[in-house]
Design a protein around this ligand. Structure first.
Ligand SMILES: Cc1cc2nc3c(=O)[nH]c(=O)nc-3n(C[C@H](O)[C@H](O)[C@H](O)COP(=O)(O)OP(=O)(O)OC[C@H]3O[C@@H](n4cnc5c(N)ncnc54)[C@H](O)[C@@H]3O)c2cc1C
Length: 433
């Protein structure tokens, strides 16, 4: 979508092939519906909190069909917006699958078409393990259109999609288990974030099972899921979020000479060019950093390289990202562990507190956590991490400073906005032990 629009704006004659709905994974079965579901799930806590602020709320009831209907209406609206954007950019639209047949040739619905440049942006698809009874499990794709909300669910995985769906199900009233074969959630993130997220999510009612790897599933009245250690759980829904695979099967790429990695990803250089110079690839199909804003940035850099005479390499440094679980988590830059590897000596600053909004709530409430990782030699802030309400909104601002190479002293010289949680990022004075 983005590459088509921007290349056309730079004067290229562009055609797009898309058999599905416009907007790809993000709009149809990814970021957007996921965030809407995440908002829906959060209301449970908000109703509870409202009482502490003097509101009388009746017994809250949740209707899954209303959420689905309203979500579908919003996605259909976005599909329309995207299509109109392409039409007004003058992009030729083919509502069909395409395959590559040569360095400059593709085939759509049996017809061959030629082009100076071919861009592969076919995304990725959920991966399921080959275990007995896997047909009884769903992936995130199906989770967005469930006929009924189950009473119990097991979400398998320990990455961001698994955490988000475990929080969504739990928030909507489903008895939820998160089953992860590893020992700590969110591999690749700062270790402390994974540990704290497990504590927070458990406190909110998600049962987390570490070292739990499904071995088989049997459908009886409910679904029986057996783990490799012999443990057996009864549930009504099993959702696997155990990774995604680049969409390159039966695309004709290998026969056109395009080199693929073992996982099927298109191997590209810093300018998103494949081993065949006229064939490029961006987004999840290259399995570099699988996030929407990264895919769209890669598309824009490529458009600049090809059609504006400005060769622009990809820049994957300091990409901020969020996990819209409950609580939210967001991060930019290096984890403590990666920073230690890269710089040796680092300084750490941390804050952990109960957000003001929650101080009047009864019972145990989540704790906001913030962490700055500083390279001791240059005093530059090389990582900023947060768990807590609106973490994504807050880290997006902090990411500008990190990207610009701001020092800890420059963070400190910034006046906070009081009272906010975000102000803690500019008032952390004492180094953490
Ligand atoms: C549940 C979930 C939640 C997510 N949440 C977030 C989030 O909060 N934030 C974030 O940044 N990222 C999120 N992501 C990741 C994000 O959706 C992807 O990184 C992004 O969509 C990648 O864009 P893309 O253009 O590379 O591929 P896609 O969006 O997958 O688009 C690929 C398109 O290619 C089409 N296609 C495939 N094969 C062919 C063919 N042969 N011919 C023609 N067309 C073809 C497909 O129909 C599809 O429309 C999420 C992903 C999932 C699954």
């Amino acid at each position: 979508m983005r590459a088509s629009r921007v290349c056309a704006a730079y004067g290229a004659k562009v055609a797009i092939a898309e058999p599905g709905r416009f907007g790809g994974t993000c709009v149809n079965v990814g970021c957007i519906p996921k965030k809407l579901f995440s908002y829906a799930a959060h209301w449970r806590e908000d109703f509870h909190l409202a009482a502490a602020y003097g509101w009388t709320v009746g017994e809250p009831r949740f209707d899954w069909q209303t959420l689905l209907r309203n979500k579908d209406r919003e996605i259909a609206r976005l599909n329309g917006v995207y299509e109109r954007v392409l039409v007004s950019a003058g992009v030729e639209i083919h509502r069909a699958r395409a395959t590559v047949v040569g360095p400059h040739e593709i085939e759509i619905e049996g017809k061959k078409r030629s082009a100076r440049h071919i861009l592969v942006a076919t995304g990725s698809w959920p991966q399921l393990p080959a275990i007995p009874g896997i047909e009884h499990a769903i992936t995130s794709n199906e989770a967005f259109a469930l006929e009924r909300l189950p009473k119990r669910a097991v979400v398998v995985g320990g990455g961001y999609i698994a955490l988000e769906f475990a929080s969504i199900f739990q928030g909507l009233g489903v008895e939820t288990m998160l089953a992860y074969r590893g020992k700590r959630l969110l591999r690749g993130f700062d270790v402390e974030l994974g540990t704290r997220m497990a504590e927070e999510m458990s406190a909110k009612g998600v049962t987390i099972c570490f070292g739990c790897e499904p071995a088989a599933m049997r459908k009886k009245e409910s679904i029986e899921i057996e783990f490799t250690d012999g443990r057996i759980e009864q549930t009504d829904l099993v959702m696997f979020a155990t990774g995604r695979r680049p969409n390159t099967a039966r695309l004709g790429l290998e026969s056109a000479g395009v080199k693929l990695a073992a996982d099927g990803a298109v191997i590209v250089d810093r300018y998103s060019a494949s081993s065949v110079p006229s064939i490029h690839a961006v987004g999840d199909v290259t399995n570099r950093l699988n996030l929407t804003p990264v895919a769209t940035a890669e598309a824009m850099w490529l458009a600049r390289t090809l059609f504006r005479g400005e060769p622009t390499p990809v820049d994957h440094e300091n990409v901020p990202t969020a996990v819209f679980a409950n609580p939210n988590l967001a991060t930019v830059g290096l984890s403590e562990e990666r920073a230690r590897e890269r710089f040796g000596a680092i300084d750490l600053y941390k804050a952990s507190f109960r957000a003001l909004k929650l101080t009047m709530a009864s019972g145990k409430t989540e704790r906001t956590f913030m962490k700055l990782v500083v390279d001791r030699a240059s005093q530059r802030v090389v990582g900023a991490h947060m768990i807590g309400a609106d973490a994504g909104e807050i880290i997006q601002g902090v990411a500008v400073a990190v990207k610009l190479g701001a020092t800890k002293a420059q963070f400190d010289a910034t006046i906070g906005i009081h009272p906010t949680a975000a102000e803690e990022f500019v008032t952390m004075r004492d180094q953490a032990a």
